[in-house]
Design a protein around this ligand. Structure first.
Ligand code: ACO
Ligand code: LMR
Length: 267
């Protein structure tokens, strides 16, 4: 018989060999005809299924509200400095993306895992907060440098309104809001931040809306798919900052000496 050479790669999300490109088996013309949009495309390429319209629209809402948060934040700052050092678009955007992590824009996956685990074991939100404090750990998805209960984050308000009105069930979002009610009593800036609300909503989407099996949902939560939403959204803004600096013909950036404290240990 014919001996088939074992394939070096297995791919299950996209096929470009036929007459027409398809995403997870859905031809691109059908995606366009059905107006599945960017949200529907994410649904096919990331989650291998046609998620309902309310879920796809949520992805688009997240992309819009996370697209940018001004020039002062870590990601935009790095992109601007890199662009002003004369580098190309990809280098400048990657430089900004590399700042995304636990402190900035990349807290979603750990927030999702922590809120999900605490909810699953029936831990009271107060106990969850106490346990984190006892361990000396920050609660992922809680806290903001400038936003607080006195200066609320309209992105979080919009996301919260969307989830609570469109999700068939949102117990983990409820849980995260209960955690916020406790942490904001300690300090007004310990709000549920944009990473936290998206994380909690995604846990509900994966685990409580009958769209994924429990195993699939847990697997998406643990593989880093939730941070991907912030990464994708913020890339829009980073490209914007790169183009802005080039358009403005900004010179090489050098940080002013008077804004640096030089402290040599030897003198
Ligand atoms: N959980 C518990 N306590 C916290 C948290 C938290 N997430 N964040 C801050 N605190 C406490 C600190 O322990 C500190 O307490 P103390 O005064 O008793 O020492 C106090 O609040 C101030 O802490 P700072 O680090 O100065 O707070 P800052 O405002 O600089 O930090 C930050 C903001 C970095 C977002 C922080 O809250 C944090 O790391 N949060 C968790 C990670 C996270 O969610 N990041 C995503 C932010 S949203 C975004 O980037 C799009
Ligand atoms: C962001 O979206 O970049 C932020 O919430 C972080 C910030 O400090 O504004």
């Amino acid at each position: 018989g014919i001996i088939r050479k074992p394939a070096a790669f297995v791919s299950t999300i996209c096929d470009e060999r036929g007459q027409e490109l398809s995403y997870c088996g859905v031809p691109i013309t059908s995606i366009l005809e059905k107006q599945m949009g960017v949200g529907g495309t994410i649904s096919l390429l990331w989650f291998q299924r046609e998620l309902p319209d309310w879920a796809c629209k949520f992805f688009e809402l997240v992309l819009i509200v996370t697209a940018d948060h001004g020039p002062a934040v870590s990601g935009a700052h790095n992109t601007m400095v890199t662009a002003r050092a004369g580098k190309d678009l990809i280098s400048s955007v990657v430089s900004g993306l590399l700042t995304i992590g636990d402190r900035f824009g990349g807290a979603l996956d750990r927030a999702a895992a922590d809120f999900c685990a605490a909810y699953d074991k029936g831990q009271h939100p107060q106990e969850f907060v106490n346990e984190k404090r006892a361990k000396g750990e920050l609660i992922m998805g809680i806290g903001h440098r400038v936003k607080s209960i006195n200066n609320p984050d309209s992105r979080v308000r919009e996301l919260k309104a969307y989830v609570t009105s469109r999700w068939p069930a949102w117990p983990v979002t409820r849980y995260a809001l209960d955690v916020e009610a406790i942490t904001t009593r300690k300090k007004p800036n310990l709000i549920l931040n944009v990473d936290g609300i998206v994380a909690a909503a995604m846990v509900d989407l994966f685990r409580h809306c009958q769209l994924f099996t429990q195993e699939e949902g847990n697997s998406y939560i643990s593989m880093g798919s939730i941070n991907a939403l912030f990464v994708l959204g913020r890339t829009i803004g980073l490209v914007g900052h790169y183009l802005d600096q080039k358009r403005l013909k900004q010179p090489l950036y050098r940080h002013p000496w008077d804004d640096i404290t030089y402290m040599s240990p030897l003198n």
